[in-house]
Write a protein that binds this ligand. Structure first.
Ligand code: IDP
Ligand code: MG
Length: 149
């Protein structure tokens, strides 16, 4: 089993899409391991988006992520990282496929609804950055036999 980090961004929280998005994640079969609504300290936003420090959109991205609460989550599944990225859709919602979270719910790259870790390595890093060990629930899902052969 693999874990990944998802973060419903301030635009989606403000547009009351948290339930819609969690519902999509659950229906896909991803198991919820942790979740919390939180305001993001600037230092956390900067560390999370450190790889984009030199990009022209960096400052507005940090302003955006710290502008209103986010809903942070950890989910688990076989291939959780790539499956999550698949249901999230490509970075620009204007080009993301219909049926994906960004493709169905967003319009522009600067307001693209949700973050998902892009590799197993960054998932580990991001889960550690956003959650304490005792916030992660270790439990057996009861539909595994019907999700996996
Ligand atoms: P990802 O979220 O699909 O992994 P990244 O390229 O890692 O996309 O970019 C991180 C975030 O930075 C995006 O989700 C989006 O919020 C923001 N971003 C990326 N490119 C642009 C841009 O060209 N303009 C404004 N914001 C951008
Ligand atoms: Mg990324």
């Amino acid at each position: 089993m693999e874990r990944t980090f998802l973060m419903i961004k301030p635009d989606a929280v403000q547009r009351n899409l948290v339930g819609e998005i969690i519902s999509r994640v659950e229906r896909k079969g991803l198991k919820l391991v942790a979740g919390k609504l939180m305001s993001v300290p600037k230092s956390l936003a900067e560390e999370h988006y450190g790889e984009h420090k030199d990009k022209p959109f960096y400052n507005s991205l940090i302003d955006f992520i710290t502008s209103a609460p986010v809903f942070a989550m950890v989910v688990e599944a076989e291939d959780a990282v790539s499956i999550s990225r698949h249901i999230i859709g490509t970075t620009n919602p204007a080009e993301a496929a219909p049926g994906t979270i960004r493709g169905d719910l967003g319009l522009t790259v600067g307001r693209n609804i949700i973050h998902g870790s892009d590799s197993v390595e960054s998932a580990k890093k991001e889960i550690n950055l956003w959650f304490k060990e005792d916030e992660l629930a270790d439990y057996e899902g009861n539909s595994e036999n019907w999700l996996y052969e």
